[in-house]
Design a protein. Structure first.
Length: 43
């Protein structure tokens, strides 16, 4: 029983980590888009 609970806790932790990574990735994509549009305006 403990092994099953432990497995679910590990899974939850991994899901949270993946969510954070996706959030960070979205932020960097948004930053890249901002920079690209800025340089498009400047040139």
């Amino acid at each position: 029983m403990e092994a099953i609970k432990s497995c679910f806790r590990d899974k939850d932790a991994k899901v949270e980590e993946m969510k954070q990574r996706v959030g960070a990735l979205e932020n960097s994509v948004a930053e890249a888009e901002k920079k690209k549009s800025f340089w498009a305006m400047v040139s």
